[in-house]
Write a protein that binds this ligand. Structure first.
Ligand SMILES: Cc1ncc(COP(=O)(O)O)c(C=O)c1O
Length: 410
């Protein structure tokens, strides 16, 4: 029997097929994985047991008797936590629980974007957001960053320029609090500038705040959503970075009129219930003690990574010490093309994220790479950076010193 050929039946314009998972590489610096040693397992097991024993019968209903916006206790925790940490005044009714904040991106895009639209974003930004705009046929205008996040002079110029061309961007997408990939925090003064510019131009702000709990000194400016006077901010967040990405729980904070439009296109009849129940039980008792412990551990891993890079790459690896999070954004010498470094590095067991996948300007991203330090152990970070330096030297001739030992060019 010959197998049916599905190829001619596939919807035109699909993205390239996914690559089959064959296990993680030995030294995995990719993606947004968290630290397995820091998952608060005992408390999660207890929370699961307690909540299921008490409320398990609600699993018989779609939405756990809380309705399509998600488990009520979790939304109530979020409303209270967002007020306390980010200054956001919202009720549980203005929160929609999603399947990770990736679904939040899809829902916001789903109600706002159409082919041919334009959006504004940080020029170095989240690959998941960039891919979505490409797929939707939306143009992304990249605004450069400095050590304080998106540059407001450049934003003002871009908004004026678009206006002159008769283009009203659909939103300004920003990761203002521990930016991905740069690790910067947009200062409060710039937040106020951004809000003023956005209001002047009648453009909403799409605030993606999933790293904001992971700040080394715990200090964060109020969320853009909190500072907004005119309600033009949609805020999204996630438990992926503060607890565990496999749970797939994120959320959207927006006016009910927008949530109502998003619910109408959220076709999964509710996000996974067990995860929401467990988080709704775990978080009120444990979130505040868990996050600082996690952050301390992440900071130590970052220090190991920065040490290892200094030791193995010397001045060939340039980076700013990020304000928090799980990534280091590294600039290698100009002759390094990280898209071309990717395969030989992988063959040596080292997975990296090439810079062009995280930038609107691919040439700018060429010699940059994003390294996630949360998942590998300290030993794996050291060994992985040493292996990466060897491959980089073999392929591009840099660093010409490894571990402070001068190497002859092959
Ligand atoms: C800026 C940003 N937004 C959203 C996400 C999506 O995360 P999740 O769907 O796990 O909440 C990520 C993940 O890395 C991210 O970096």
């Amino acid at each position: 029997m010959t197998a049916l050929d599905f190829a001619p039946l596939l919807t035109p314009g699909l993205p390239p097929p996914a690559v089959k998972f064959n296990g993680f590489p030995k030294y995995n610096f990719t993606g947004g994985h968290n630290d397995g040693e820091q998952i608060p397992l005992e408390a999660i097991v207890k929370a699961a047991n307690d909540v299921l024993t008490r409320e398990g019968k609600t699993l018989a209903t779609y939405g756990l008797e809380s309705g399509p916006q998600g488990y009520r206790r979790l939304r109530e925790f979020l409303a209270q936590k967002l007020k306390r940490t980010a200054g956001i005044a919202c009720t549980a009714d203005e929160i929609l629980i999603t399947s990770g904040s990736l679904q939040a991106l899809d829902l916001v895009n789903g109600i706002l974007l159409a082919r041919g639209d334009t959006i504004i974003t940080e020029a170095e930004t989240y690959q998941g957001a960039l891919n979505r705009w490409t797929r939707l046929g939306v143009s992304a205008v990249g605004i450069p960053l400095d050590g304080e996040g998106m540059r407001m002079d450049a934003l003002a110029t871009a908004l004026d320029d678009l206006k002159r061309r008769g283009i009203r961007p659909k939103y300004i997408y920003t990761v203002p609090t521990v930016q991905n990939p740069t690790g910067t925090i947009l200062s409060e003064a710039r937040r106020l500038d951004m809000l003023r510019l956005a209001e002047q131009h009648g453009v909403p702000i799409f605030e993606d705040d999933c790293y904001s709990d992971l700040i080394w000194d715990g200090q964060r400016p109020p969320a853009l959503h909190a500072l907004s006077q005119h309600g033009g901010v949609i805020h999204i967040g996630s438990f992926s970075k503060s607890i565990a990405p496999a749970l797939r729980v994120g959320y959207i904070v927006a006016d009910w009129s927008l949530i109502a439009r998003m619910l109408a296109i959220k076709t999964d009849a509710g996000s996974g219930a067990l995860e929401q129940m467990v988080l709704g039980e775990f978080c009120p008792a444990h979130f505040d003690e868990h996050v600082p412990a996690l952050t301390r551990g992440l900071r130590k891993k970052l220090e190991t990574l920065m040490d290892a890079l200094n030791e193995q790459f010397g001045t060939a690896a340039e980076f700013e010490d990020p304000k928090g999070g799980i990534f280091l954004w590294v600039k290698l010498p100009d002759q390094v093309d990280t898209l071309k470094l990717y395969q030989p590095a992988l063959a040596a067991g080292v997975a990296i994220n090439p810079g062009p996948e995280w930038t609107t300007d691919k040439a700018y991203g060429k010699s940059r790479t994003r390294l996630c330090f949360a998942n590998p152990s300290h030993e794996a970070i050291r060994a992985g950076v040493a292996a990466l330096a060897e491959v980089c030297r073999r392929e591009f001739g840099v660093p010409n010193r490894i571990a402070n030992v001068e190497k002859a060019r092959a």
